[in-house]
Design a protein around this ligand. Structure first.
Ligand SMILES: C[S@@+](CC[C@H](N)C(=O)[O-])C[C@H]1O[C@@H](n2cnc3c(N)ncnc32)[C@H](O)[C@@H]1O
Length: 127
């Protein structure tokens, strides 16, 4: 049996209950934040899971691609699932991008990140 060293370990165990378990976690603020960053560009979600964030982003007309280690997470289920498209991480010129931190917030609402913050949303942009 595969253990914690297997990238699919988490997803394969959570897939059946993931959406139910996260039903109270509104993806709306994250979707709003990410849609603003995406503008008219495309989105690549690393560890897309069941599409909890990706599907509402795509519903806004944004092209979303995702990768995930667990086929169980990405398989269409009762909630509909999503078509998985594999994408590489190279930049438009074929070279890996060199991201630099361009902003850090305490939450999706862009509230200031301070020493007292217990969460962060960090934005990296290719230099
Ligand atoms: C907590 S879920 C998050 C899913 C989704 N991003 C969301 O916000 O609902 C974590 C996801 O990461 C995936 N994952 C874990 N390790 C991974 C790895 N090494 N490569 C790709 N995906 C991975 C899992 O299969 C799972 O779908």
């Amino acid at each position: 049996m595969a253990g914690f060293g297997d990238p699919a370990f988490y997803g394969d165990r959570w897939a059946a209950v993931y959406d139910d378990h996260h039903r109270q976690m509104d993806p709306g603020p994250a979707v709003e934040f990410l849609a603003g960053l995406a503008g008219d560009g495309r989105v690549l979600e690393l560890a897309i899971g069941t599409g909890r964030v990706a599907l509402p982003l795509a519903a806004r007309g944004i092209t979303v691609e995702g990768i995930d280690a667990s086929a169980a997470m990405t398989d269409p289920g009762p909630a509909g699932g999503h078509p998985l498209q594999l994408a590489d991480r190279a930049g438009p010129d074929g070279q890996p991008g060199r991201p630099g931190l361009s902003g850090r917030y305490a939450g999706w609402d862009r509230s200031p990140f301070t020493a007292a913050s217990d969460s962060h949303v960090s934005v990296y942009q290719r230099a």
